[in-house]
Design a protein around this ligand. Structure first.
Ligand code: PMP
Length: 445
């Protein structure tokens, strides 16, 4: 299995081959950031400006961004920039004063959730949100056991790293964490996916309990982003969640990637499965680049945590965060970004499926809304993952000014996750460029 941070990463051993300016920047970065420094692509990019779906490098060359789900409503969206700048010029303080904007934001946000989920706690990152969700689940159930998918990524705090196997190097999960296979709609029959996933979860809970560990929660990204992006068939998660509840555990839905309309037909990924989670965690797209996160849950779950310990977050839910969050919701509504994600995402997958007819090493095209996956294989019959081809395609696209990343345990799946303002003409440019890469001498497809 490939470590998530290694996917599509620049290898510092190749630094001598870089152009002079890039090399100098990369060297200095490595000097100060040390082993934790991460860069994308065989030739790292120096990006200086963003606008809509486009990024611009230091020489003014523009790149179509198919990777970025943080500036979800578009890079530097003027309405978000204006709201944040105006609030920054007026007041930016901690969160222990009354302020109308944060109430208004909480009301708008909670209005997008099922009725039972009526409380929200604001944080600054997805990692903080998942950390808090783990604390909530553990205090509510008196259990410690957490089940996650095998290539999951949920963040970087001490507790959340333990449930993020995608970033494990020389470590294994602690005794109270169990890993299950993600649902695989490419290799399993649609009718079997839900049952298999549920059975694996039941077995993981059995195993925890056999070892004297009480089950606390199933934590999953509701579109299984780092596992390889699995959205179908809608509803397949229902059977698993029934088991989680029957075993007195909680279902934590990580919406850091699928949330805020990306899946096209609903605001939240869990809605695709007609479920009500016990806890929902939010992050990246929430502030369109302004660092925001949140945990939405039932009052009884939050009450239990607060009986056990206090929770305070200095920056989470500040007046500036409220301004950013409100502006993002306004733009999603005003520009019809959810329906655009549905329409353009469906169009894009149709084009990719057509391309797969000409290039058989495209084994599968899948996804929902503006979150698509294209899985590359060695042979369509064996479906053996083709990580080398994925890496060549990613770097071939980068050379032709398209930015894209990889996902899945073998890094052989292209993760197509542009800002939601992505247009059909952006999709056409991508398809033409991808066709050029796949037909080039770089590749034997
Ligand atoms: N959950 C998921 C599904 C994520 O993809 C990420 C970030 N990639 C996180 C949580 C952590 O978010 P952050 O980096 O903002 O802490």
């Amino acid at each position: 299995m490939k470590q998530i941070l290694k996917l599509n990463a620049f290898d510092m051993n190749n630094i001598s081959g870089l152009p002079d300016g890039t090399k100098l920047l990369a060297e200095k970065r490595a000097k100060y950031f040390g082993s934790a420094s991460m860069l994308f692509y065989d030739e790292p990019l120096e990006i200086v400006k963003g606008e809509g779906t486009w990024l611009y490098d230091v020489e003014g060359t523009r790149y179509l961004d198919l990777y970025n789900n943080v500036p979800s409503v578009g890079h530097c969206h003027p309405r978000v920039v204006k709201a944040v700048s105006e609030q920054l010029a007026k007041l930016d303080t901690h969160t222990r004063y009354l302020h109308p904007a944060i109430n208004q934001y909480a009301e708008r946000l909670i209005g997008t959730f099922p009725e039972a989920l009526s409380n929200v706690v604001f944080t600054c990152t997805g990692s903080e949100s998942n950390d808090l969700a783990l604390q909530m689940a553990r205090s509510f159930t008196n259990g410690m056991g957490i089940v996650v998918t095998r290539s999951a990524y949920h963040g970087n705090t001490t507790a959340v790293s333990e449930v993020s196997p995608a970033s494990f190097k020389n470590r294994t999960p602690p005794p109270y964490v169990r890993l299950v296979d993600a649902p695989d709609s490419y290799r399993d029959l649609p009718a079997e996916i839900g049952r298999k996933f549920a059975t694996n979860i039941a077995m993981a809970i059995d195993d925890l309990e056999r070892n004297g560990i009480r089950f606390a929660a199933l934590l999953v990204d509701t579109i299984f982003s780092s596992d390889g992006i699995y959205a179908d068939p809608p509803g397949f998660m229902a059977e698993a969640i029934k088991i989680v509840h029957a075993r007195d555990g909680l279902f934590i839905a990580d919406e850091v990637q699928p949330g805020f309309g990306r899946t096209g037909s609903s605001m939240w990924g869990f809605q695709r499965h007609s479920l009500t989670p016990d806890i929902v965690t939010l992050g990246k797209p929430m502030g369109n680049g302004y660092p925001m996160g949140g945990v939405v849950t039932r009052p009884d779950i939050l009450d239990r945590l607060c009986q056990y310990q206090g929770y305070f977050n200095t920056f989470g839910g500040s007046p500036v965060a409220a301004a950013a969050g409100l502006a993002v919701l306004d733009v999603i509504e005003a520009e019809g970004l959810m329906s655009r994600a549905f329409e353009v995402g469906t169009y894009l997958r149709h084009c990719l499926s057509q391309l797969a007819l000409a290039f058989p090493l495209i084994g599968d095209v899948r996804g929902a809304g503006q979150f698509s996956a294209m899985e590359l294989v060695v042979d369509p019959l064996t479906k053996e993952p083709n990580s080398a081809l994925a890496s060549t395609v990613i770097n071939g696209l980068r050379k032709r000014h398209i930015l894209i990343g990889a996902a899945g345990p073998y890094g052989n799946t292209l993760k197509i996750r542009p800002p939601l303002c992505f247009t059909k003409s952006d999709a056409d440019f991508f398809i033409a460029t991808l066709t050029d890469v796949l037909s080039s001498n770089e590749i034997k497809c």
